[in-house]
Design a protein around this ligand. Structure first.
Ligand code: FAD
Length: 416
């Protein structure tokens, strides 16, 4: 048997875990899924105990393309013997901690996943075939433990926390991205905390801080947005998260895409209504019942433009109608994420086609590579500019994996 795999996947977050789950029962499919971490974990630094999914749990790894799969969220509940309790608990939204357990369970059941394996390099092998002319063009992946050869590569390395340039030199124990909120011990009780960013992560952190047994001395929540705005979760808007809409969006001219991405921002980047209500109620409790006036200070329409270290904390320079400076002991950057091609793609990066908005991503999620290769490089969760606001979301997870898997197999295994 050839030692060339059909594909090698880089990164195992929900995206490539979905691909692994859909491929697990495909006969004769040879694949490997490399994950740098020692085991599966879903944004562990933001796995706050009260945080919930923003989507239906039916938008799991598999259900929307294969409701009979043994890797569904329902199969997990059944396996854990929790179905009756889950139904009876009637959670308005599934706890993220439970979805993380589900994802971990799936990751443990799929043998083609290798944890503790960081892909350090991807290159194209330029060997000669027997006719002496063409190269075999297979992809070679280096994991530090050895090399594997594959016809195709699927990138699923997720997004990188975004930190504005002027804040980067200050990153450390008291200035950090939200992604690290839980991953290091923090001194929060009795200190002034500023949270920058008016999206879901910012709201979840503010809610969490307000509920601590030993809360901060004060919380300042700063956002450029005109207010603390809800996610638009209404029925017609939710059609932006349908495969048919994603396909339609993908076919539009780039200028139209840009306009629509701006227009549709709050369908994906707003704050989920339940979290907003919680924050509002916590503020009521602290202000009205506990007499802590101005303990939570809200600063919408305010942009942080500078940051200076003081002998006893930080001074943030702010442009906006509320205050020109904010002094704080701790600064949490809920400033979002951006897509960056992983370092392991450095050798192939100059050969990838781009527009001014990002990588060119085809209608089966393949990148456009100007090298002679045996297969292609597919991209999960890096194509918001090309596929629309649903790209980083769980909504199209199973569908996108099925599209990629069908392309790799060369036949329609899944109805997409
Ligand atoms: C806190 C949070 C909550 C979210 N909640 C929701 C939600 O409720 N609903 C929703 O629709 N969306 C949600 N999202 C958006 C999205 O679903 C998640 O970000 C999701 O985790 C994206 O999955 P991914 O597999 O693309 O990336 P990630 O989950 O980021 O996984 C990428 C993986 O690749 C690994 N990796 C990176 N480089 C390498 C390498 N060179 N070699 C090997 N491994 C590598 C990383 O270690 C990581 O495990 C949330 C996002 C965040 C940040």
């Amino acid at each position: 048997m050839s030692d060339v795999l059909d594909y090698a996947a880089v990164g195992v977050g929900p995206a490539n875990l979905s691909l692994a789950a859909l491929g697990a029962d495909v006969e004769n499919l040879r694949s490997v899924h490399f994950e740098a971490r020692p085991g599966f974990s879903w944004h562990p630094g933001l796995l706050l105990p009260e945080a919930t999914l923003q989507v239906s749990p039916l938008k799991d790894l598999v259900t929307l393309v294969d409701p009979t799969s043994r890797y569904s969220f329902l199969a997990f509940l059944a396996n854990e013997g929790r179905l009756y309790q889950f139904l009876t608990a009637k959670f308005p939204a599934v706890l993220r901690a439970e979805f993380d357990q589900y994802l971990q369970w799936a990751s443990r059941s799929i043998p083609s996943i290798e944890f503790g394996a960081e892909v350090r390099g991807v290159r194209v092998r330029a060997g000669r075939s027997s006719d002496g002319r063409s190269s075999d063009g297979h992809f070679v992946l280096d994991t530090g433990r050895g090399e594997v050869t594959a016809r195709n590569v699927v990138l699923g390395t997720g997004q990188t926390p975004f930190v504005p340039g002027f804040l980067r030199p200050h990153l450390g124990a008291d200035v950090f991205h939200a992604e690290e909120f839980l991953s290091r011990p923090r001194e929060l009780p009795g200190r002034a905390v500023a949270v920058i960013g008016g999206g879901q992560s910012g709201a979840e952190i503010v809610r969490h801080l307000m509920r601590l047994d030993e809360p901060p001395r004060s919380i300042t929540w700063i956002t450029r947005r005109p207010g603390f705005l809800p996610m638009d979760d209404s029925p017609f808007t939710n059609e932006y998260f349908f495969p048919a809409y994603a396909r339609e969006f993908h076919g539009l001219p780039q200028a139209d895409k840009r306009e629509l991405l701006a227009e549709q921002k709050y369908a994906s980047d707003g704050i989920d209504l339940a979290t907003l209500q919680d924050v509002y109620r916590e503020r009521y409790r602290h202000e009205c019942l506990l007499g802590r006036k101005d303990w939570l200070r809200l600063m919408p329409r305010s942009e942080v433009t500078g940051c200076a270290r003081l002998s006893d904390g930080w001074e943030l320079e702010v442009k906006g109608p509320h205050a020109p400076v904010v002094r704080s002991d701790v600064v949490v950057l809920a400033t979002g994420y951006e897509y960056r091609l992983p370092d392991c793609m450095a050798e192939l990066a100059p050969h990838l086609a781009r527009t001014s908005d990002g990588l060119v991503v085809g209608d089966d999620y393949a990148l456009s590579l100007d090298l002679r290769t045996s297969g292609r490089v597919f991209l999960q969760n890096g194509a918001r500019h090309a596929w629309g606001i649903a790209d980083p979301n769980l909504s199209l997870l199973a569908w996108r994996s099925a599209v990629i898997l069908n392309a790799i197999l060369g036949y329609r295994r899944y109805n997409t």
